[in-house]
Design a protein around this ligand. Structure first.
Ligand code: FEO
Length: 400
């Protein structure tokens, strides 16, 4: 059944949810699906903003047909060439051979790679500041390189003050009836997933996000239409822009403490629980504990993006770091995490080395502080260790 939602004057959402997808990019678990947003602007001419993932193409084309009615499609504006948005370009072009494709130089390089069959279509190549009139609406193009692909760009409709923002300001999670963030409890429903999406997919490119936020600050924006998740309107925009500003500056959102442990037989898990209890006994700050083997690293990365302080507890494994913990540390380096406080606990029955090795990994991160004292566990903690754990917890809380 057709599912179209009016977004702003002359513009409708024609996207679709995929609630069956297990792994986004075949990497990131999705508990509640994802939406692939696409928008159709209908004025003197018609302009389609991006297509969708192949998984939802049936619903997408049903929506597109209904939204277009008997109008012809004049433009396909390609803001992002990742296949979760571009997969249907060749099909749209085959259905509307009269249309003009709009992108930048990098867009068309990628388009030729993915869809050489579109080479004969009309194209308009745009660059920063170029405009395209669609009847009474004029689109202004804003390049957003490496947010999070090099060809990514935004389009700003000056008639409705709407920013079509590609992946920026998107989130994991399907949309539930309403497409508007101000009509739902975004903080409860989506915020953790929005942060996880940002940190894991865009997190490495904080500098580029900052650059595009500065460009956005020069625009009068009343609506933001991202390619995933809810549309932003009115006063709520400032709240979400502030989140993006913090995330892209690698500033913690709150003073929470996240304790992440690996444990083969439960002894390091027990130590992590003891550390968490001692932390909470000495502070009102929120403490959350995660098993690195149980919780997918994308959630841990999201939590580390939120919190200022991270306690890592790892067994020594083959004279190295416990493998899932090592993978998490690699992830943090790959994503360019900065500006966090770390404390380390290691376990080793005969030669504890994980603390030293984790410290070496953390030295690759910029602007991070690692507590000098490592809590060393020889196989298991016992009552006699309580003072040591208490002192460790207090040292963690005293970190600046
Ligand atoms: Fe949603 Fe970068 O694609």
């Amino acid at each position: 059944m057709v599912n179209i939602i009016s977004v702003t004057k002359d513009t409708v959402w024609i996207g679709a949810n995929d609630r069956r997808i297990a792994l986004f990019e075949n990497l990131f678990p999705l508990a509640d699906g994802v939406s692939y947003n696409s928008y159709l602007l209908t004025d003197g001419q018609t302009a389609l903003f991006d297509t969708c993932d192949i998984a939802v193409s049936e619903q997408y084309f049903e929506n597109l047909r209904a939204a277009l009615g008997d109008r012809k499609l004049d433009y396909l504006i390609i803001l992002h060439m990742e296949p979760d948005h571009c997969s249907q370009i060749a099909t749209v072009a085959a259905l509307h051979p009269e249309l003009t494709l709009v992108g930048n130089a990098k867009t068309f390089t990628m388009l030729n790679q993915f869809f050489p069959e579109t080479a004969g279509l009309k194209r308009i190549e745009v660059k920063e500041g170029d405009t395209l009139a669609i009847g009474t609406h004029t689109l202004h193009f804003v390049m957003a390189p490496m947010v999070h692909w090099p060809e990514a760009m935004f389009a700003y409709d000056d008639a409705t003050k709407t920013l079509f923002s590609a992946d920026a300001f998107g989130t994991f999670g399907a949309v539930d009836g309403s497409i508007f963030a101000d009509e739902i409890d975004f903080e409860r429903r989506y915020l953790d997933e929005a942060r996880r999406y940002y940190a894991n997919i865009v997190g490495k490119y904080g500098m580029q996000v900052q650059a595009v936020l500065k460009k956005a600050a020069g625009l009068s924006i009343e609506t933001i239409c991202p390619l995933h998740g809810p549309v932003w309107r009115g006063g709520n925009i400032a709240w979400f822009l502030d989140k993006y500003d913090k995330w892209s500056k690698y500033e913690p959102e709150d003073d929470g403490i996240v304790v992440i442990y690996g444990s083969l037989y439960g002894h390091t898990a027990s130590a992590a629980a003891a550390v968490a209890a001692k932390l909470r006994a000495n502070t009102a700050r929120e403490v959350r504990v995660y098993d690195v083997s149980e919780t997918h690293s994308s959630y841990l990365v999201g939590e580390i993006w939120r919190c200022g302080t991270v306690v890592l507890c790892s067994p020594t494994y083959n004279n190295g770091i416990y493998l899932p913990m090592h993978a998490l540390l690699h992830d943090l380096e790959a994503l360019g995490l900065k500006n966090r406080r770390f404390a380390l606990a290691e376990n080793g029955t005969w030669a504890p080395a994980a603390g030293k090795l984790m410290r070496e990994e953390l030295a690759k991160l910029k602007d991070c502080v690692v507590l000098e004292e490592t809590l060393t566990i020889r196989s298991a903690l016992h009552a006699a260790d309580e003072e040591r754990v208490e002192a460790f917890a207090k040292a963690v809380l005293g970190m600046q």
